[in-house]
Design a protein around this ligand. Structure first.
Ligand SMILES: [Zn+2]
Ligand SMILES: [Zn+2]
Length: 247
């Protein structure tokens, strides 16, 4: 973690390099503070066919978008969930370095990427607020930062939107979700989040790093709606293609 912070600091004084592979960036790449062409080519961006509601990607190429089984069975609490790409390759590396490697400096390039890939849908949704999926306070102490909040702020800045930290809180420690099915995840997360009345009548853009079954963003969206939010849309960096039964 310490090494990660030092590396983040050091990068401020170096000529613009790709934050993933250290290659010198071309002028246009440097201006955007994003990733080099090679690293970008190692990211598989989400494309049709996928579920228009939760962005679940379908394996067959050339098909058309249609609602997935999960969204058909029960309408999700968010209006849509969009993501940058598949959770693999260079994108997975960037997310893991950002989340676990102390590479806080990845907030800006990842925010740029998120805006580039989901900006049209965000602008059409016209959010009032950007809110991050929160960590429980004990987890926050272990990790010292909430990567989703850093990402939410990096995204909110160019959109000139507020990204307040405490309107949505995690009120229960929920443990590790890995290895649980969608239904188990949803049960595990039930009432784990609570939102304040300040979200009432607001259109909320919810931000997280990775969407797996969608249980976490669905539970956060429900908490925001319970607190009176007008509508919730979700953006994440990566989407796994696992079909889940969650809503
Ligand atoms: Zn690179
Ligand atoms: Zn779906």
């Amino acid at each position: 973690m310490l090494l990660g912070h030092a590396e983040s600091l050091l990068r401020l004084f170096l000529p613009p390099c790709c934050p993933l592979c250290d290659a010198r960036l071309a002028d246009d790449e440097a201006r955007s503070h994003c990733f080099c062409a090679l690293c970008r080519s190692g990211m598989r961006f989400l494309a049709s066919p996928c579920c228009p509601r939760c962005s679940l990607p379908y394996p067959a190429p050339g098909g058309s978008d249609h609602l997935c089984e999960t969204c058909q069975r029960q309408e999700p609490p968010f209006v849509w969930a969009a993501a940058v790409g598949h959770y693999e390759g260079a994108l997975r590396q960037a997310v893991q370095d950002f989340k676990f490697g102390g590479r806080l400096d990845l907030d800006r390039p990842l925010g740029v990427l998120l805006l580039e890939r989901t900006g049209d849908r965000i602008r059409a949704f016209a959010p009032d607020l950007v809110i991050a999926v929160p960590l429980h306070v004990t987890r926050l102490r272990e990790r010292s930062y909430n990567q989703s909040l850093l990402l939410a702020r990096a995204l909110a800045k160019p959109l000139r939107l507020p990204a307040p930290a405490r309107l949505l809180v995690r009120v229960r420690v929920t443990g590790n979700q890995q290895g649980l099915t969608g239904a188990q995840r949803r049960r595990n997360l039930r009432r784990a989040f609570c939102a304040t009345g300040e979200v009432a009548k607001r259109r909320v853009l919810l931000v997280d790093d990775v969407m797996t079954t969608g249980a976490t963003v669905a539970e956060c969206s429900s908490a925001l709606i319970r607190a009176g939010a007008a509508e919730v849309a979700v953006v994440t960096l990566a989407r796994t293609s696992r079909q889940a039964r969650i809503f």
